[in-house]
Design a protein around this ligand. Sequence first.
Ligand code: IFM
Length: 472
Amino acid sequence: MSSSTPAGQVTEEPTVAARFPARFVWGAATAAYQIEGAVAADGRGRSIWDTFSHTPGKVAGGDTGDAACDHYHRYEQDVALMAELGLRAYRFSVAWPRIQPDGRGANPAGLDFYDRLVDTLIGHGVDPVATLYHWDLPQPLEDQGGWPVRDTAYRFAEYAALVHDRLGDRVDTWITLNEPWCAAFLGYAAGIHAPGRTEPAAAFAASHHLLLGHGEATAALRARGAGTVGITLNPAAVRPLDPDSEPDQAAARRIDGLQNRIYLDPLFGRGYPADVLAASRRAGGEPSWLRDGDEQTIAAPLDLLGINYYAPAVVTGAPGEPAAAAYPGSDGVRFVPAPGPVTMMDWVVEPASLTALLQRLGAEYPPVPIWITENGAAYDDRPEPDGQRVHDPERIRYLDGHLRAVHQAIAAGVDVQGYLVWSLLDNFEWAEGYRRRFGLIYVDYETQARVAKDSAGWFRDVIARGGLPEPS
Ligand code: IFM
């Protein structure tokens, strides 16, 4: 293949070695609290993340999402940047406290923002993909008990319906929850995410009510004619330290239950696995949260399974080891560092684990279209002295490696239909604050200037080419 430069020379374009299907969805993702800022605008209420981030000692540097990337006011500029990259889809999340500041009723001004955002996306040829819950529970609902309380599931379905009633004529793809494992177990067991509770038994109840909320919301969305409804999980790509050791295999199986099968099995109609219910009991909670009919509600057919992948986990059997805070019931399991380079999150870069995870999903669960709804890496990005460029070769390597891993899974027969980079913009990285930068686009938080990193240009070329060249 060849093309002409403006000067008229003919240059050889690299052969596309890893070509993706023609209708493959290329995009990027963000989440409301991480980018919007404007936390008091147009009647927005408080969420558990407002409370948590304003609690001293909870977030690095005392950072909060108060201003974030000011996307609430700068969304037009941000959508124009998406269009320059050639993104086909943009996954954003709706801030529940903008829509229901009190956890009930409706705030039309909050819905107006997403109305404008969706229109702007469509006007630029970018498909809107709406996530309904990316961790910002209205504080009034937490005050009534939060996700460990069953009623929260019904409140979520009510909110989902409200959002669909406003946006459903233009938004076709809906993701109910983002990473329910993090919301339940980082938020209610480890306490390192909002609402910061350390109540292992409550975390299992929270996890179940998130899934129940997903099922109820799915029914509400479908009743309103939603085209594509799915959920996004962050399965652990967990493996035993010694693949031949029975204790190590058992340890990996335990973590697989607590982060993967706890969601996948009920979602695909298999109900909760016995080992997960046993772990809930060991953590001090009879699974009294499980009522007749819940598993049917949760098993509503999925049009889409979103997978967020960043890094593998390696475990070994270690008798006497207390359960890790985020994995109640995981006594006797020790996490060990995987070998290899790490990102600034200290997460090991291992693309092969993504292929393995996707192949496992393809082999063990009923067929469903899969999108990688998040994949990306944080590095120590700094603008060049001219302030116009940010060189981020490590991110390009990371994304390139993981896209090849996705391509391999597709070649092996897994139905992966989309890939969304985390993230479009640098943003508020939860308990890590602003010191971890995941964006394709650098954000100067003092001036709110946006600078496209080299990886943004690289991704634009991948999209335009529909794939990757031979590895260099
Ligand atoms: O920033 C988060 C995102 O909100 C959820 N998935 C993981 C990302 C990186 O930690």
